[in-house]
Structure formats: structure tokens, C-alpha cells
Design a binder for this molecule. Structure first.
Ligand code: HXC
Length: 510
């Protein structure tokens, strides 16, 4: 018996060594952790339960019978993050470059199926040279099986991808279908075709980092949601994110202990909005002052900064925040900001996370690049996402809410539950100057008359009361009491149930 037990231990030790000490040292030499070290940091200490440690590939081509490493280049299983269950796979670059064989893919599929059946998130740590070249179409079939699970799991359990090495070719499409993608600066990249192919086809000379590194994907393409300095930081941030999320679509978001008075008054908010309507202010200040303990988890911080998206807690419960940012492009809506916010709104709605919308929006960005780029279609995504969202929706207009953008930003007309405005709100078709130049075009040569018309328009519309008289604004509230009002509004909506008409699925403008 002793021998049998020690054989198991020996086999386990062998499997845990992956591709061997030399390759582990090389991995460390690149500033990267191994697949198992990453899992250890991601999960609660001692909580990891592994599956399929001894699985090997079945390929017999190109001398592959000679190398059959236990585990086949991916470590899979489940564990807990702050006591809550998650499933995880972590590709092991030290074993055949983490390349994906049929059996490697089957291991991932197994834990994804279990995650869906048991209602727990899937976290995928990607570090792979792509399809196992020796396996050919068997490898592609394996990828196809994983993609299909990504699609099936979408909206059922949260899926998070962490890119910690190469991720190229068709392999990128698994992370692309997950809810959040995190990357590590300087040691990870994602692209459909690499620099060599790019050079051959388009004659562009570009490094892997420039083409598909963390900076590119968080600042330019918006493929990734966050970029972190190293593996340790990225994994700590995944843990923080998971704390905000429900485990599945049938469970409410977690309720955490909180030590911040929900009725906390913030007098400084009474002077947040400057007197001059053209002067910007930082909307993040409002978010931080509303949040329990000032804790804000921002998503896509470096992309389309004219809109802010992320999670806070109110009375310990997760709330998704969407807010125009007057500091960037005056908080205007455009293609990028509409896409960014629409995806975030839809994530929150999938997983029963209530939505808080903070509005200061002068309209949509004009210009040929916006129109040629399809701002009509992309702007419609946000409108559509808010309209179809059935989670509790609370909106606060702090200043401008002009034109179509007023309707888009979770207005009453899209079935928002509470629409508050600060006394500084201006709900109108457009700003007073623009309005005057159109309706009093004949007086354009007379500055005095124009000034008077502008003032008349401001007096009539540069306030929240016209909308409040019609019930489009439920209450005009004091800025200093916003946290209390918003927290009470969400508390009153905890049992909200709203149904949409039956449909197979909708046809959101893509
Ligand atoms: C089999 C692979 C492999 C692969 C790497 N290895 N990628 N084995 N299939 N796809 C092996 C290497 O042979 C090497 O083995 C070990 O992993 C480490 O690789 P290195 O090249 O030494 O590492 P590095 O210099 O860091 O380069 C990493 C790399 C490079 C850039 C990823 O390995 C590479 O270009 N690999 C091929 C990438 C590729 O073309 N993949 C197919 C893409 S198409 P030894 O034993 O020598 O240490 C694809 C389609 C997916 O993925 C479609 C989905 C539908």
C-alpha cells in the first residue's frame, strides 16, 4: 500500500513540474509566473481542487508518442475566491508552449460545463502558442468546442479572461467572447495575425507589443478591459472584480458588510458643478463620494474616457455605474463611448446588477468621422441596451442632458425607475447658444438681441423644472443628499420584476 501511495505522490510531483525546471526558470526569467503559481495567487489558499492532472494527448504524429506530459499543458479545476466558488483553467507555457491539443481543449470544456451546471464563474488564464501544430484539425475542433461553451455560458455565468502570454490567431476568439479581458503589460499580446504576416500582407512594420500588447488593447482597440503591471497585480484585481459579481444569472449580486452610513451627507457636492456651464469638473469625484467607503472598480479606464463605467457598492450591494465625464470631450457621446457603455449595461442586466447613471452630456459628437464610422448604429446600441435592461435603473442628471443623448442616458422614457436631477440640471433639446442661433437666425447680426434671446432660452430651459413638471424627472434633489436618495431608491427596488415581451432573442444593432 505504501508503494502505491508513494507512486501517486511521485506521479503528482511529476505532473506539477510541468515542462521541467529549465522551462520553469525560463518562464520566471520573462517575469511570468507558472500556471500553478498563478492559480495559487488567484484562489483562496488551499482551496484548489484539480481535475485531470494525468490526462495526456493521444497524438501519434511527428514523434509525439515520445513526449506525453501529464496534464497536457493546462491546469484545470475549481476553488474559491473569498469563499465563493469559481472554476479555473490555467495554460502551462512550459508544456509544449501551452499549445492546445484535443485533450487540452477537452479539459477546459469539462470545467466550463461544470461551471454552467453548478452556477459559478469561469476564469481562464491564457498563455499559449495556439493550436498544437502536430495535431492539425483535432486541435481546431477542440477550439471550436471551447468557443461553443463560451457562447453557451454567456449571460449564464460570468467569464473572465486573463492574458498572461501569447494569444494569437483564432485562439483570441475564446477570450473575445468572455465578459472581461485583463492583460499584463509587456508580457502578453493578442492578435489575429502576427507582425510577420502583417509585414508580408500590408508592408507595415510593427512589434508584437505595438500590434497587440496590453496598452494597444486597453487604449486603442478596447478589446481588453484592464492592463496591469505584472501577473501578481492582475490576479489580485481579478479577485477584487469577482467580489462584485454574482456567481450566476439566477443569483443576486453578493452583499458585503459595509461601514459607511448610507445617509452620509456630502456638502462638497453642492459646489461640484461650476457656475460656468462650459467649465468641466471631475465626475469621478461624485462616484467616489457616492460609493460605500469610496471604493470604485473601474472597467475600461483607459478607453473612451468621456464615459466612465465600473462597479461600486451601496449598502454593501453591487451597483453598476455609467457616467458621462465632463473632463473629456465635455462628456459627449460618440462611437467609442456608446459601445463601451452599451456592453457594460448589457453585462449588468445579464447578471441582475442595478444601474446608476450619472448624466452630464451635451449631445453626440458631430463630424464626418463619426457619421462615416456609424455613430447612428453605435449610439443606438446604448439606447437599446438601456431600454431592454430590466434591472433597477436610477439616474441623476447633474448638469447638461441635451437632445437625443438625454433620452439615451437612462431617461424616464426608457423605463428608468428613479430619475433625479440636481438643481443645476439643464434638460433641453440643446444648449441656449445653439438654440438661439437656429430659432432667431434673422437676428444673428444683432449681438444685443441674440444675448437677450439666449438669456430667454436659458431662463426657460436651463433648469430641471420643465422636465419635472411633466414627471420626466421624479424629484429635484440636493447634491449633498445624493448618496442617501440613491441608496434609498435602490433599496426600494430590491424586489423589482419587469418582463419584456417573449422573443427568441433581440436584434440589437451590431
Ligand atoms: C506545438 C508549440 C506551439 C504550437 C509553441 N510550441 N507553440 N508546439 N504547437 N502551436 C512549442 C515550441 O515548439 C517550443 O517547444 C515550446 O513550445 C516553446 O516555444 P518557443 O518557440 O521556444 O517559445 P517562444 O520563443 O517564447 O515563442 C513563443 C511563440 C512561438 C511565439 C508562441 O512558439 C510560436 O510562434 N509558436 C507557433 C505559434 C503558431 O503559429 N500557432 C498556431 C497559430 S494558429 P520546445 O520543445 O522547442 O521547447 C492557431 C489557430 C487557432 O492557433 C484556431 C482556433 C480556431
Amino acid at each position: 500500500m505504501k508503494d502505491i501511495l508513494s507512486e501517486l505522490e511521485d506521479r503528482r510531483d511529476g505532473a506539477r513540474l510541468g515542462g521541467g525546471q529549465k522551462r520553469i526558470d525560463a518562464q520566471h526569467g520573462r517575469g511570468k509566473l507558472t500556471a500553478r503559481e498563478r492559480i495559487d495567487l488567484l484562489l483562496d489558499e488551499g482551496s484548489f481542487e484539480e481535475f485531470d492532472m494525468f490526462v495526456t494527448h493521444r497524438c501519434t504524429d511527428f514523434g509525439m508518442e515520445q513526449q506525453k506530459p501529464a496534464g497536457d499543458g493546462v491546469v484545470t479545476g475549481w476553488g474559491t475566491i473569498n469563499g465563493r466558488q469559481v472554476y479555473v483553467f490555467s495554460q502551462d507555457f512550459t508544456v509544449l508552449g501551452g499549445s492546445v491539443s484535443a485533450t487540452h481543449a477537452a479539459k477546459i470544456v469539462k470545467i466550463m460545463d461544470m461551471a454552467m451546471e453548478n452556477g459559478a464563474p469561469v476564469i481562464g488564464i491564457n498563455d499559449s502558442g495556439g493550436a498544437r501544430i502536430q495535431e492539425g484539425v483535432d486541435s481546431l475542433a477542440g477550439y471550436g468546442d471551447v468557443f461553443e461553451r463560451n457562447i453557451r455560458a454567456s449571460g449564464v455565468v460570468p467569464q473572465i479572461s486573463v492574458i498572461m502570454g501569447p494569444c494569437a490567431g483564432g485562439a483570441v476568439y475564446s477570450p473575445a467572447m468572455t465578459d472581461f479581458i485583463f492583460m499584463v503589460k509587456d508580457s502578453s499580446y493578442m492578435f489575429v495575425t502576427g507582425p510577420d504576416v502583417v509585414k508580408t500582407v500590408t508592408n507595415e512594420q510593427v512589434t508584437a507589443e505595438e500590434l497587440g500588447g496590453a496598452s494597444t488593447h486597453t487604449k486603442k482597440s478596447s478589446v481588453a478591459d484592464g492592463a496591469f503591471e505584472n501577473d501578481v497585480e492582475a490576479l489580485a484585481e481579478v479577485r477584487r472584480l469577482v467580489d462584485f459579481l454574482p456567481l450566476n444569472n439566477r443569483e443576486m449580486p453578493p452583499v458585503r458588510p459595509f461601514f459607511d452610513d448610507p445617509a452620509r451627507v456630502e456638502n462638497s457636492l453642492d459646489t461640484l458643478v461650476p457656475e460656468n456651464p462650459n467649465q468641466p469638473y471631475d465626475m469621478k469625484e461624485l462616484i467616489l463620494k457616492l460609493a460605500d467607503e469610496g471604493d470604485f472598480y473601474e472597467i475600461q479606464e483607459d478607453f473612451a474616457k468621456n464615459i466612465i463605467t465600473g462597479f461600486i457598492r451601496l449598502e454593501g450591494r453591487t451597483v453598476g455605474v455609467v457616467a458621462n465625464q465632463p473632463m473629456v470631450l465635455a462628456g459627449v457621446l460618440d462611437i467609442d463611448s456608446a459601445r463601451k457603455a452599451a456592453r457594460f449595461v448589457r453585462f449588468c442586466d445579464c447578471f441582475e446588477i442595478p444601474l446608476l447613471t450619472l448624466v452630464d452630456v451635451p449631445g453626440f459628437l458631430p463630424g464626418t468621422s463619426q457619421e462615416y464610422g456609424g455613430v447612428i448604429k453605435h449610439g443606438a446600441k446604448l439606447l437599446y441596451a438601456y431600454g431592454e435592461a430590466t434591472v433597477p435603473k436610477v439616474t441623476v442628471i447633474t448638469r447638461k442632458a441635451y437632445g437625443g443623448a438625454y433620452v439615451v442616458m437612462a431617461s424616464k422614457h426608457l423605463r428608468a425607475d428613479f430619475n433625479y436631477a440636481w438643481p443645476t440640471a439643464e434638460v433641453a433639446v440643446m444648449g441656449a447658444k445653439g438654440a438661439t442661433e437656429i430659432i432667431h437666425r434673422g437676428d444673428l447680426g444683432d449681438p444685443e438681441k441674440i444675448a437677450q434671446h439666449t438669456k430667454d432660452y436659458e431662463d426657460r430651459f436651463a433648469n430641471p423644472f420643465v422636465a419635472a413638471e411633466r414627471g420626466f424627472i421624479d424629484e429635484v434633489i440636493m447634491p449633498h443628499s445624493t448618496r442617501k436618495r440613491v441608496a434609498r431608491a435602490f433599496a426600494s427596488l430590491r424586489s423589482k420584476k419587469q418582463k419584456l415581451p417573449w422573443k427568441k432573442h433581440d436584434n440589437i444593432p451590431l
